[in-house]
Design a protein around this ligand. Structure first.
Ligand SMILES: [Zn+2]
Length: 400
């Protein structure tokens, strides 16, 4: 596997230069020398090699700092990263430049249940469309997010719930054959965590937890600035942590999982029950009007002051907090970021999670640990996927 130019950085100094240019934009040779900690002549050698091999380019002269004039360099303008985020009902796709700025973006409705051949076929059609729109001939790398457990090493989903036909389907291989560039596949939560690290509220944190509350519940664990995936790639799958040994049976077959109580499916079930038994007039009206209810209706009802819906949000927040309190003691994160479709339940949810975590964890672990809502929304996955694959192509090794 090689990148668009068939070349990779040759050593860690070159990798570091590429990542600096990606994260901070164009810089003078002198600034890069300072940042990388190399002498002027050594950094010149590395930059000349990167120029020769087309990974960077010169944009113009830098202001003089005395002595020989320095020039400004940046990531090669032809660099293009692709982000593909496959959700339960949408494909969200973006093309970025080498500094991960979005050049074009397109979102289309899909149904994961149609199976991988159909959904990936649809994604590839969309890719051809943005490729034409953005005048991209080839991608430098592509990051793919899917809403389920992934074997990161193999680039295949592993027993994803609600995704018939996707188990061990060669997702990475299909995309890389078609695109002819390095492709990495990971679950959406890890990718969102990387997005928060790159451009979100966790930018200045190297050790933090990103918790996604949406159709399911999962956590991305960032350690030393990189995602920790565990031995088999399922680290952070906290939706299936047991919170009550006598609780309801979960879709995974176990009893009393967090997701059996909270998350899209559980809230939909509880909302329907509350509407049909007349406990919540608000939800009953909504059901009569729309013929159906979802977790989003619970969020709206809670925001409108419906006591039953507020109770559901608080109960859910308490259980999420219970699980997070254990993780805080174990992992000592610098921050917890809450995101995902139901993070919009906002402050009632956040207040409950905070209350439980701060009460149940040791003061040393929570002393200055903020628990905050993501400010990135759906941008987190979009940026995270390109961050993931650019980290990979800007690494001084040649993976197979
Ligand atoms: Zn479960």
């Amino acid at each position: 596997m090689t990148n668009v130019l068939g070349v990779w950085p040759e050593n860690p100094h070159q990798s570091q230069v590429l990542r600096l240019l990606r994260d901070d934009g164009a810089a003078s040779r002198a600034e890069l020398g300072d940042a990388v900690g190399l002498s002027r002549s050594k950094v010149a050698t590395e930059l000349d090699r990167l120029l020769e091999r087309g990974l960077i380019e010169t944009v113009g002269p830098a202001a003089s700092r005395g002595g020989r004039r320095s020039s400004i360099v940046r990531i090669a303008a032809a660099t293009r990263f692709l982000s593909v985020n496959i959700g339960a009902t949408t494909i969200d796709l973006a093309v970025t430049d080498g500094e991960l700025r979005v050049l074009s973006r397109v979102t289309e409705h899909t149904e994961l249940r149609q199976g991988p051949t159909t959904v990936i076929g649809q994604a590839l059609e969309l890719i051809n469309k943005v490729r034409a729109d953005s005048g991209t001939t080839r991608f430098t790398g592509a990051g793919i997010g899917i809403p389920g457990p992934v074997s990161f090493r193999e680039g295949v989903p592993v027993s994803p719930p609600f995704m018939p036909g996707w188990h061990r389907f060669p997702v990475r291989e299909m995309f890389s054959t078609e695109l002819g560039c390095p492709v990495l596949v990971d679950n959406d939560v890890n990718i969102m965590a990387l997005g928060e690290k790159h451009a979100g509220i966790a930018k200045s944190f190297d050790d933090f937890l990103f918790v996604k509350i949406g159709a399911g519940i999962g956590a991305g664990i960032v350690v030393g600035g990189a995602v920790y995936r565990g031995a088999n790639g399922c680290a952070g799958d906290i939706g299936h942590t047991a919170v009550d040994a006598n609780g309801p049976v979960c879709v995974c077959g176990n009893v009393g999982c967090l997701e059996a109580y909270f998350g899209g499916a559980a809230l939909t079930r509880d909302a329907l029950a509350a509407a049909r038994t007349g406990r919540s007039d608000h939800l009953a009206d909504q059901l009569a009007q729309a013929g159906t209810l979802s977790a989003v209706d619970v969020a709206h009802a809670a925001a409108a002051g419906d006591p039953v819906a507020i109770g559901m949000v608080r109960d859910g927040g308490r259980r999420v907090g219970q699980v997070l309190a254990g993780l805080v003691s174990f992992f000592n994160p610098g921050m917890i970021v809450i995101g995902g479709g139901l993070a919009g339940m906002g402050h009632a949810l956040l207040a409950e999670i905070r209350g439980v975590v701060y009460r149940a964890s040791l003061p040393l672990a929570t002393g200055d640990m903020p628990i905050v809502l993501s400010e990135m929304g759906d941008q987190a996955g979009l940026v995270g996927a390109t961050r993931m694959v650019s980290d990979h192509v800007f690494t001084a090794s040649t993976p197979t």
